[in-house]
Design a protein around this ligand. Sequence first.
Ligand code: PLP
Length: 425
Amino acid sequence: MQYENTLDFAQNLDRQDALRHYRERFVFPKHPHDSDNDVLYFCGNSLGLQPGSVRQALLDELDQWATHGVEGHFRGKMPWMHYHKFLTPQSARLVGALPHEVVVMNTLTVNLHLMMVSFYRPTPGRFKIIMEAGAFPSDQYAMETQVRWHGYDPKDAIVELAPRPGEDTLRTADILRVIGEEGPQAALVMLGGVNYYTGQLYDMEKIAAAAHNAGACAGFDLAHAAGNVPLDLHRWNADFAVWCSYKYLNSGPGGPSGVFVHERHGNNPGLPRFAGWWGHDESERFEMKKGFKPMRGAEGWQLSNAQIFSFAAHKASLDIFDEAGIPALRAKSEHLTGFLEFVLEASRHKDGLFRIITPRNPAERGCQLSLLTDGRGKALFDFLSEHGAIADWREPNVIRFAPVPLYNSFEDIWRLGALLESFGK
Ligand SMILES: *Cc1c(COP(=O)(O)O)cnc(C)c1O
């Protein structure tokens, strides 16, 4: 499509957008100096906006508690005892899994550790983890401490995939080559789905196949992928995956995490794990007997009973995703990001203020574009915040913009471009 950097053109795209009404179902913060207007929000990759329906969903659970007390576990529309199950079908559709391959529980880093207990089981001949250089810090710390806990030195055990000198992102061929070379000594290949810093979307199907070829497990951290790009975890044959719900999934600060365990593992009760009562066979969970007997499927990794309030917010948000559908959201997302790319370059292309480091190919990115800025980067970021455009800043010099298809418009993007043009002028 031939884009134009004009308000008319952007508004025309909005009129043709079949998803435009979803925007009204989200609550936008107000502009810091102009309470009649909303901010321009481009931070759905960090904390998604609040769906208006979340407030009622939380009130419903407060009422359930007030009305039934402990009996709320068994009564009402969504008895707490089974609450995690109410989130399963939608979560499965979101990540391309069979329902018994997913469960919502805990938070992301906790689940990453729980999965590594089962899927990182190093031996002296096969103890390495292949991961991205510069992965999200929590993932780095999880890998490093798991390696140490098993008695290995991260210097020997962690193999980092880095872009070639002078390049910003990884080439798939390089990822596959390293897996081929190091794989025979690797216990686990663990990558993000979408890299949080560069916005690069990895070819998870090929990565999982290469890992398996080498005899290693393949796990994915989908924090920046879930709700952002189409996922097909079962077919891709990932061993496990984890994601959070507060970024693209709009389920509120500290929202719960989702977990995928492929059915070939989920139905193996002998697989080692750290257990709790909520993962125990539910037909006898309350008999309080000795001897852990896991539920079949991902549910067998649960530890605790559900955090109802955060699950309720997550459910309200998943309802919206299910209604809009990932294919339609992805189609709009590619369009929005393409327009953002065009507007960014049209507004500041020539003066070296920034360079986009996210891949140009829509198939290799989600909605986020990352801008590597020059010495004026922090000033630019502060200028945008001051003028009501919310993006995020990642040290040392990256600004990330994530236009999300549920609530961002083409006009938002045009307005951002106009602000960029006025910076420093
Ligand atoms: C956001 C994010 C996290 C955050 O982990 P929490 O346990 O939810 O605090 C971890 N890893 C990645 C890749 C992330 O993007």
